[in-house]
Design a protein around this ligand. Structure first.
Ligand SMILES: [Fe+2]
Ligand SMILES: [Fe+2]
Length: 240
């Protein structure tokens, strides 16, 4: 949600709050979808529709996130730290592996309203959630800290600006902005306060609709539960 507005204090080192919040939202989203499909029935037409709609927004955000990593963030890091080339090759391969999981999920969601459809979707979503967790563990531990070590605040803000311009303020942002902020917990207020005006406006226009879609797809599950809670619950939902 950065770069910071002119009225905010510029931090001494790059602020990775938004990057980490995107990762948190992506982790939670996969687990929540696995839980939802694990507990729903194929005849629940409203929920089938809500899960499919949520998936479209979720998948679009994952694709956008991987694209800005592959075209903006990772090439910039690789240029400064050639010793990380092998890690970036692995992360790139994992992006492709995640694409394959996601293509499989699209197929299972097509038959979500048929007998056995929800459990097939739950298995595919649970596999995605596990692969996603491992991928993001790697990035959170080994990639994100290097932005702080290797880039100035201005350089990092310029990369964030490039990423924002790639995603734009369109249909995908109308899902992504409330999706990320609803999973940001205690960071949400700061992220909103430092976000450019168009994002703040978009959030106020979309947050209620997003909350309604989440409630329809997921029921009473709170988006602020720790990721570990969702991970345990999604494993349980698929096993039962
Ligand atoms: Fe990432
Ligand atoms: Fe990634």
């Amino acid at each position: 949600m950065s770069p910071a507005s002119p009225t905010t204090t510029v931090p001494a080192v790059p602020d990775l709050t938004s990057y980490r919040a995107v990762h948190r939202a992506i982790r939670q989203g996969a687990h929540r979808l696995a839980i939802a499909t694990g507990e729903m029935v194929a005849s629940d037409t409203a929920r089938v529709k809500a899960v499919r709609r949520y998936w479209q927004g979720y998948a679009g955000e994952v694709l956008a996130h991987h694209t800005v990593e592959d075209t903006v963030f990772f090439p910039a890091l690789a240029a400064r730290l050639p010793s990380m080339t092998e890690l970036f090759e692995q992360l790139d391969a994992e992006h492709h592996q995640l694409d394959e999981h996601m293509a499989e999920i699209v197929a299972t969601l097509g038959s979500l309203d048929r007998v056995g459809g929800p459990s097939r979707a739950a298995r595919a979503l649970s596999a995605l959630a596990a692969t996603m967790d491992a991928h993001l563990d790697l990035e959170d531990e080994f990639v994100l800290p290097t932005f702080v070590d290797l880039f100035t605040v201005e350089e990092y803000l310029a990369m964030e600006q490039q990423a924002i311009e790639q995603i734009g303020i369109g249909r995908q942002a109308a899902f992504t902005v409330p999706f990320v902020l609803s999973a940001a917990g205690a960071d949400a207020d700061t992220m909103l306060a430092t976000a450019p005006l168009p994002f703040r406006v978009l959030h106020s226009l979309t947050k209620r609709r997003h909350a309604r879609l989440s409630a329809m797809a997921f029921g009473p599950l709170t988006p602020l539960a720790p990721v570990a809670t969702f991970a345990a619950a999604s494993t349980e939902a698929v096993a039962s």
